[in-house]
Ligand binder design. Structure first.
Ligand SMILES: [Zn+2]
Length: 171
């Protein structure tokens, strides 16, 4: 109960609280929700709405919370991007083709044979190592067998579509 004696007309406007001066003596409070007057300055006696808790402030407070949550999500998202950027890509983790250095050198000197795509290990022959290399070129993907003697390529066979070996190079 707020019944204050006032010597002059009150000019009070605190948020949604509109005091109503009756007969210059009794202070009442106007509720913007139900449009009734209350003696109680804390909350409306009719609808229990607390005075001073403006909806505008609640809205601002909710917007603040939403911005806060969005901010946290943004931080998590960028942290995820940075984390992923630090990880090597799938392509980079692919193991390199393990070509015998002499074969690799032979192919570098003859780029028209194509680009090595895969290697198939095969047992040694009587004089040294052997290796099958799959080469990709304008004429397609073709397997070649390289025969080595010591550290040098001595014979190269092409394997045609029927599996037949055709000698393409000899030292
Ligand atoms: Zn009310």
């Amino acid at each position: 109960m707020v019944k204050t004696k006032q010597s002059q007309v009150l000019k009070v406007l605190i948020k949604d609280i509109f005091p109503n001066v009756k007969e210059g003596l009794v202070l009442e409070w106007y509720c913007i929700k139900c449009g009734k007057y209350s003696d109680n300055s804390v909350s409306c006696e009719h609808c229990r709405r607390p005075f001073g808790a403006s909806d505008e402030n609640k809205t601002k407070s909710n917007i603040g919370k939403i911005i806060g949550v969005l901010g946290v999500l943004a931080v998590v998202f960028f942290a995820f991007l940075i984390f992923n950027a630090g990880k090597p890509k799938e392509v980079e983790t692919k193991p390199p083709i393990n070509i015998i250095p002499a074969v690799s050198k032979w192919l570098e000197e003859r780029p028209y044979y194509g680009t090595p795509k895969a290697v198939t290990e095969i047992p040694d022959w009587a004089m040294g190592k052997r290796q099958t290399v799959t080469l990709s070129s304008a004429s397609g993907i073709i397997d070649y067998i390289f025969y080595l003697q010591g550290d040098s390529v001595v014979t190269v066979y092409k394997i045609n579509s029927t599996g037949e070996r055709i000698e393409v190079w000899r030292k």
